[in-house]
Write a protein of this length. Structure first.
Length: 486
């Protein structure tokens, strides 16, 4: 008996050891959902991991925003205006990468500018490349021009581009860190008539969007030859007023004194009002170029104001610079701008190529359209709704929908909705005039029921005659429901 008891005790001891090797104690965590609170078990390590993970913020990053379906009417109007403009003026579309080597922008835009010093998104890739999100299009256009040997093409070369650009700026009304631009560039000619044509193009686009009270601010900042003397005068003037400048402009005085003219601080603006003006110090070539530009604009009847303080924020500009302002009650809203960059392509390693371009801030245009309550172009709405009931009818309806669209008839549908009642409710909400109904019987017979949504009257017609019959009814009712021919 004693021996048996000993064995029993040993077994109990072994059992205690087994318990000591168990997995870490599980901790109960409450898990919440929309209906009830359930309890799940997670280990201590898993709980620690959950606590250290960053929470997912259900919002876009600061300075970036979604364009929701309700906003698309404005964007469609802008896209339509841009597409007409670049085709009518003989431009060809070019798309460039969002990502470029960062030194491309440093070389072209220049150190001492706000874009390079403060606003550019730069990072190192896994392949150790220093890259940047494009803060503007012109440098990328110049790079593409050199890389693809576009210098051999007939001049002038007219290029249109559009897309997003990124600047780590302080977000405010109409200014985002991710914003959308449309660019128009002409490369290979330096005749001032092209400067005037681009300004006319910008004016045409904005007029087409029904934006009123627009001013074109124009200046000439000369070429590198005459600008050298002007910069000496400007630097000397600002040195004498250094104590009146803001902190940033004191730095600009050492690196880029032209940028002081563009400062928005009141005290700097007052100092700049008495500064030497670039148009008083142009060489003969630049003076002649500016003179002809103004004459062309007068001929085109494009309203403009000569603004001697206008310099733009990029170092590559030469001669003509301009900005587009919407002015209301003394407040100005910048819609875009541009100028000549005759030296840029040569600076980047290409052959000497005069060029001019401008960009429109599309987010700014949208803001201005909303502010001035521009009447939007309304797209044609479908007046026909296709309803189906049953699997066979659903299959046949797919082909029928395709045939109607090919026939130029705008048709709404609600595939996936099971009941006929819910589909007809959708048809009522859309305000359609006719509903096409296909059930099991119609799918087998090759027919479709046409229901008048106003009177409730119905008729059954053969499927092969449906498109012609609907067009006839729409024409009789004088309803524009047929897609316009492209």
């Amino acid at each position: 008996m004693a021996k048996g008891k000993a064995k029993t005790k040993a077994k109990k001891t072994k059992k205690v050891k087994t318990v000591s090797k168990r997995k870490p104690k599980k901790i109960k965590v409450a898990k919440k959902n929309s209906k009830k609170i359930s309890v799940i078990s997670v280990s201590a390590n898993e709980k620690k991991k959950i606590q250290t993970e960053d929470p997912i913020l259900m919002q876009s990053p600061r300075g970036m925003h979604d364009i929701l379906p309700g906003e698309q009417l404005y964007w469609n109007q802008i896209r339509k205006s841009l597409n007409h403009a670049f085709l009518e003026y003989g431009f060809q579309r070019i798309d460039v990468p969002i990502l470029e080597y960062s030194n491309l922008f440093v070389r072209s835009i220049g150190k001492g500018t706000d874009i390079i010093d403060k606003e550019m998104y730069t990072f190192v890739t896994k392949g150790r490349d220093n890259v940047a999100l494009r803060p503007e299009f012109t440098a990328s256009i110049a790079r593409a021009y050199i890389q693809h040997g576009m210098n051999i093409l007939p001049k002038p070369i007219k290029l249109f581009s559009t897309g997003t650009v990124y600047r780590y700026d302080r977000p405010q009304e109409g200014r985002y860190r991710e914003h959308r631009q449309a660019n128009f560039d002409i490369l290979g000619e330096q005749d001032p008539v092209l400067d005037a044509q681009l300004i006319q193009l910008a004016s045409r686009i904005i007029d087409g969007l029904k934006i009123k009270n627009v001013q074109f601010q124009i200046n000439s900042i000369g070429c590198p030859k005459c600008r050298e003397e002007y910069l000496e005068l400007l630097t000397s003037y600002f040195e004498s007023k250094r104590h009146k400048l803001c902190h940033n402009c004191k730095k600009r005085l050492e690196s880029n004194p032209l940028r002081i003219l563009d400062c928005k601080e009141d005290k700097c603006a007052q100092v700049s009002a008495g500064a030497p003006q670039s148009i008083d110090h142009l060489c003969d070539e630049c003076r002649t170029h500016f003179k002809y530009l103004l004459e062309y604009l007068d001929e085109l009847e494009v309203p403009y104001i000569i603004n001697p303080r206008l310099v733009r924020g990029l170092n590559y500009y030469t001669k003509t610079v301009f900005e587009i302002w919407s002015v209301e009650e003394g407040k100005k809203h910048s819609l875009g701008g541009g100028g000549r960059y005759d030296e840029l392509i040569e600076t980047l390693g290409g052959e000497s190529t005069p060029a001019i371009g401008f960009a429109l801030g599309l987010d700014r245009l949208i803001m201005e359209m909303k502010r001035t309550k521009v009447k939007l172009y309304k797209e044609s709405k479908p007046r026909i709704f296709l309803a189906q009931l049953g699997e066979l009818a659903k299959k046949k309806s797919l082909k029928l929908f395709s045939d109607l669209e090919k026939g130029g008839i705008l048709t709404a549908e609600s595939f996936g909705r099971g009941s006929l009642r819910s589909q007809l409710r959708t048809a009522n909400r859309l305000g359609v005039e006719m509903a096409l109904i296909m059930g099991q019987k119609e799918a087998l017979d090759g027919t479709v029921i046409i229901k008048n949504m106003s009177s409730g009257a119905q008729e059954t017609v053969p499927r092969e005659k449906l498109t012609a019959l609907i067009k006839k009814i729409l024409k009789k009712n004088n309803v524009v429901s047929v897609r316009p021919k492209k």
